[in-house]
Unconditional design. Structure first.
Length: 286
């Protein structure tokens, strides 16, 4: 579940989705802000969200959810880590070609859409393409003193993270009740506000369908034996299968080695066994 914080010192209030999360559903926004409203510290604060929808229509369909932020906007936490940096080595008066000998743009993962900041003249641009480790093509620099790439200019590049709000409709109002932008822009993020394409939600699983499907999978599905000892962090299936094989199959111990067998009697894995001062130690199975 994402983490939300609310800045109540400004109007509209700013609801921030904490990094590193890049997605949140309208239902999660609603649930988390309802929890925030119900906390003792916020008892005197005005309501921050309202919602409508999800009423049952019958036949497995329900009205789609629409949530309204009240005197509030949603933002994703700014991403301020520098992705790459360099010093301009070749002047470009058009402000569109960045050349920085010694830079490692490709290695650093610079990509189309990333943000370029010319720290020397205060201008900025967006990466259009990465030509090489040391050269980028950008949109024209804007907002600076001369909007050029001049020799010795210091450059920082920031990754622009794509974020998304999904699963319904999220809208916003200011304190006067007028419609405002739902998203509060933050540095290094680009937010997609997905809108519901239809006014109903369809429940394709009827009552008891999920339980039936789970019971069927647990009682009818079969799994092959493991062919080797699982790694330190296996999936749940491998964990359970290994325990089952340990309990069911033959395990031998000759005083120095514990051997685990498959159903056919071949060795699945072994571990060293030792005794010292009355303490028996079984090593890792491999």
């Amino acid at each position: 579940m994402p983490t939300l914080t609310v800045n109540t010192q400004v109007s509209p209030r700013i609801v921030t989705v904490a990094a590193p999360d890049v997605t949140i559903s309208v239902q999660e926004v609603l649930d988390l802000l309802r929890e925030w409203e119900d906390s003792p510290a916020q008892m005197d604060d005005p309501q921050i969200i309202s919602a409508a929808g999800k009423e049952e229509l019958g036949g497995g369909e329900a009205v789609g959810i629409t949530a309204t932020l009240l005197d509030a906007q949603l933002e994703f936490e700014a991403r301020t880590d520098v992705l790459s940096s360099g010093t301009v080595s070749t002047q470009d008066v058009t402000g569109q070609t960045l050349t920085a000998i010694g830079a490692t743009f490709q290695t650093d993962g610079v990509a189309r859409g990333d943000l370029v900041i010319n720290l020397t003249d205060g201008s900025q641009a967006t990466v259009v393409s990465v030509t090489s480790e040391t050269e980028l093509l950008t949109t024209t620099l804007v907002g600076g003193v001369d909007n050029q790439y001049d020799i010795s200019d210091s450059i920082d590049i920031y990754d622009v993270v794509q974020c998304e709000v999904s699963g319904g409709n999220l809208v916003a109002q200011n304190a006067a009740g007028s419609t405002i932008s739902t998203i509060f822009p933050s540095f290094g993020t680009q937010v997609i506000l997905a809108k519901a394409s239809q006014g109903t939600l369809t429940n394709t699983l009827g009552s008891g369908d999920v339980e039936t499907a789970v019971v069927s999978a647990l009682t009818t599905n079969t799994e092959a034996e493991l062919s080797g000892v699982p790694a330190a962090s296996p999936d749940l299936h491998a964990m359970v299968q290994f325990i089952y094989m340990w309990i069911r199959n033959e395990v031998t111990q000759n005083g120095t080695t514990t051997t685990m067998k498959t159903d056919a009697g071949t060795t699945l894995g072994t571990s060293a066994t030792s005794e010292s001062g009355g303490t028996v130690t079984k090593g890792k199975m491999s």
